[in-house]
Write a protein of this length. Sequence first.
Length: 259
Amino acid sequence: MLTLVWLEYRKLFGFRSTWLAVMVCVVLPWIWSYAPRLVEVYNLTLVSGWQVPALALVTSAQFLLPIFVAVTAAELVGSEISLGTLAPLILRPVSRAKLILLKLIVALTFPLVLLGVLLLASLLAGLRLGLGEFAGGTGLGPGAWVGQGLLTPAGALLELLRGYGLAALTLMPIAALALLFSVIYLNTSAAALATIATLLLMRLLIVFPQGFQNLLLTSHLDAYLQQNTAVMQQSLTLLVIYTVGFGLLAMFTFERKDL
């Protein structure tokens, strides 16, 4: 099983979309680290390198990262179709269910890889500002950027790991949805476009009652900023339901798809 997952990851890192996403995640933190107008635009002054990761995450998690995840997850099936390698794969001893499960595992773990690159690049970009104890917050913990007094390096790292871990969970349903659309359409572009259109449509439903909005996936994509435990647990529950639901639909559809 691990060998097959590794083979799927080799395919993943053969995609141009994957390397474009990685490149942006490496460059973006350096842009924010040297941005001259943070005070004017965001009313924020960076006082520590521990704040760079949160700034990079907050400014990319609502738009850039979902697009990267959607396109790359859609390509897991779409690329097989365009290259003509999917039909021969299902003729091998590997069942359809196992094949799509492997792709689902890779799709769901890709956000972890992408956010890991973003976090590491952010910490490197923040070295010039220092990574020691400071008065303030990382932007992902209690008190946001202001914090609650002095914050130790260990405390700052824990806040960032928590925030980035939650951000990965918010991207997993998007990866599962993109994989589902790629199975339906058997085309990378159509699947990525359908995923992005679905997210945009959900965002437009803000005119509906709050109770309905709370059920929408897009209402919980900022769960990594949430400090209220009860609200965060509700968000995580819905994110898991969406992820499992989209994943099961992708497997069910793939089993019955005429390839």
